[in-house]
Design a protein around this ligand. Structure first.
Ligand SMILES: [Zn+2]
Length: 342
């Protein structure tokens, strides 16, 4: 397992200290699977001011399509050949077609009746139930042998900095034969890796990170948690890999409970530095992809300037797909670890 990086250094003079020379480090890291590069730089303190949530959320329930009095009346229904009941229901959670579909089978799952749930109050049971509802949907698609039942995805945008326009907690759940860019690139690279090394990249990664320890966060059941070597997020990200599971459909109830509890730990840890928003995506292979392992990525999101609404994604990430992380993932690991050891 190769963890490649290139360390760089910038020299500048400080006019307020008689032009004293200052050395500023930066680092370019290569994702060990895809070769995607990520920059570790800026090194600002990972600390953000949370907004006044009462003010932020006040009145948003009035226009919320996901609140209980509206969700069953205004959200669309699946046609009978896909879901005879139109929507899927699990206790107070409900899954229905995404009104703005980006693929043939895209849906939204509302995670319960409560309009606003602070990040630290998102319980593992709630996350697990949301994922169970997604699994119900995926299993139906598999049973009817839908041609788009290949890659089964759950994406989560929580709160506005993450790209969510609705406060009410919800998941984007879709199944597609067209793997999104990064999923496709990972699958192609993992296939090549297996042909070359006669082993699964993800098994080797878990082994290497567990032995190295500097990015390892913990293991629950078959799921290993770690900070990502070449992060996508400005405050790093948390990666979970499930042993022996190639595709979403192979996740057991226990795996889902383990994923949910780890995500709740990541939320608790990031809350301490003022993070209140995140993206979370499933990454999956197709059922026969022996080179793939189910993994998910949790990436905290923030505003660089809350008052101006400046997002944490600029030209570098948007147009070059070159990410910036403001601390070493090994330092971020130290910050997150106490919550994973609880
Ligand atoms: Zn609502």
């Amino acid at each position: 397992m190769q963890f490649e990086s290139e360390k760089k250094e910038t020299i500048m003079l400080n006019p307020m200290q008689e032009n004293k020379r200052r050395q500023i480090p930066s680092e370019i890291r290569k994702d060990p699977l895809t070769g995607r590069t990520a920059r570790i730089c800026h090194f600002m303190k990972l600390e953000w001011e949370k907004p006044d949530f009462e003010k932020l959320t006040a009145g948003t329930e009035k226009y919320c399509p996901f609140c209980p009095e509206k969700v069953m009346n205004i959200t669309p229904l699946f046609p009978g050949e896909i879901i005879p009941e139109g929507r899927l229901i699990l206790d107070d959670m409900v899954l229905f077609p995404n009104i703005a579909p980006y693929d043939c089978l895209s849906s939204v799952a509302v995670m319960g009746a409560k309009h606003y749930i602070p990040m630290t109050e998102i319980k593992p049971e709630l996350i697990a139930k949301g994922f169970e509802l997604a699994m119900m949907f995926f299993k139906i698609l598999e049973k009817i042998k839908h041609p788009e039942s290949v890659y089964h995805m759950v994406n989560w945008n929580y709160m506005p900095p993450s790209g969510s326009s609705i406060i009410h907690p919800h998941l984007q759940i879709f199944s597609t034969k067209s793997a999104p860019n990064l999923v496709r690139q990972e699958l192609e690279a993992a296939k090549v890796y297996m042909e070359k090394n006669k082993s699964c990249f993800w098994d080797d990664l878990v082994k290497a990170e567990t032995e190295k320890g500097e990015r390892f966060l913990g293991k629950t059941g078959r799921t290993t948690w770690m900070t990502n070597y070449a992060p996508m997020g400005v405050a790093g990200d948390v990666l979970a890999v499930v042993e022996g599971v190639r595709s979403t459909l192979e996740l057991t109830k226990e795996d889902i409970a383990d994923l949910a509890s780890g995500l709740a730990k990541a939320m608790a840890a990031y809350d301490k530095i003022g993070i209140y928003s995140f993206n979370m995506n499933f990454f999956t292979g197709a059922i026969q992809d022996d080179f793939a392992r189910f993994h998910l990525l949790f990436s905290p999101r923030t505003f660089f300037n809350q008052a101006l609404g400046t997002p944490d994604v600029g030209a570098g990430q948007k147009l070059f797909n070159e990410t910036v992380c403001m601390a070493y993932p090994e330092e971020i690991n130290k910050m997150l670890k106490p919550d994973f050891e609880k």
